[in-house]
Design a protein around this ligand. Structure first.
Ligand SMILES: Nc1nc2c(ncn2[C@@H]2O[C@H](COP(=O)(O)OP(=O)(O)OP(=O)(O)O)[C@@H](O)[C@H]2O)c(=O)[nH]1
Ligand SMILES: [Mg+2]
Length: 178
C-alpha cells in the first residue's frame, strides 16, 4: 500500500466517531436518536438489544450505538466497551430523576468506575424538558451535577437539556460532539 493511500485511509478513519447511548429504560435514548436522525417518533418501543445508526454530520461519519436500558440488559452494557467509543451519551429522564435516582446513580457510578471509561468523552443529557415546568435550566443542571457527585471524579463532561420528542436542543447536542 502506498503512503498516500495510508494517509487517505487514516484521514477517513479520523472522521469516524462512535457514540454509545446509555441510560435507564424509558429515559428516551431511542427517541433522542430518532430526532438526531430526523426520523418520526411515532412507533417507539423499548430497545431489546442494541441498534446502530449512522449519520453524516459536518463531514464526520457519526455511528450511534443505541443500547437498551432495561435492568436485565444493563449488565451487558459493559460488553460494548470492548470497542472503542469516542463519546458516551448518558441520558437521564428529568421526570423520574428523583423517584429513580438510586438506580440512575448506581449505573452512572458503575460507568465512571469502569477502567475503559477514561478515554471516552461524557455528555450527560437531561431529557423530557418539554414536560418540565422549571425553565431555569442552569440551576437544574447544577443540581444534577451535585446529586451525581461529579466533583468527586476527575472527569470532563458536558451537560445538555433536551426534548427528544420535540427535537428541542438536539442541534446543541450535536454541536457538543463536533
Ligand atoms: N414528553 C416526552 N416524552 C419522551 C421524550 N423522550 C422520550 N419520551 C417518551 O418516553 C418513552 C420512552 O422512550 P424511548 O426512547 O423508548 O426510551 P429508551 O431510553 O430508548 O428506552 P429503552 O430502549 O427501554 O432503554 C416513550 O414513550 C417516549 O415517547 C421527551 O423528550 N419528552
Ligand atoms: Mg430504546
Amino acid at each position: 500500500m502506498g503512503l498516500l493511500t495510508v494517509i487517505r485511509k487514516q484521514k477517513l478513519k479520523d472522521k469516524e466517531l462512535r457514540i454509545i447511548i446509555l441510560g435507564l429504560d424509558n429515559s428516551g435514548k431511542s427517541t433522542i436518536l430518532n430526532s438526531i436522525l430526523d426520523k418520526p417518533n411515532t412507533d417507539i418501543s423499548p430497545t431489546l438489544g442494541f441498534e446502530i445508526h449512522s449519520l453524516q454530520h459536518k463531514s464526520h461519519n457519526l455511528n450511534f450505538w443505541d443500547i437498551g436500558g432495561q435492568e436485565s440488559i444493563r449488565t451487558f452494557w459493559f460488553n460494548y466497551f470492548f470497542d472503542k467509543f469516542d463519546y458516551i451519551f448518558f441520558v437521564i429522564d428529568l421526570i423520574t430523576i428523583n423517584s429513580r435516582f438510586n438506580e440512575i446513580y448506581n449505573e452512572f457510578i458503575r460507568l465512571l468506575e469502569n477502567e475503559r471509561f477514561e478515554q471516552i468523552k461524557l455528555i450527560i443529557i437531561l431529557n423530557k424538558m418539554d414536560l418540565f415546568d422549571n425553565t431555569d435550566s442552569e440551576s437544574i443542571k447544577e443540581e444534577v451535577i451535585k446529586k451525581l457527585e461529579l466533583s468527586r471524579y476527575l472527569v470532563k463532561y458536558e451537560i445538555v437539556m433536551v426534548s427528544g420528542k420535540e427535537g428541542k436542543n438536539i442541534d446543541l447536542l450535536l454541536d457538543k460532539i463536533i
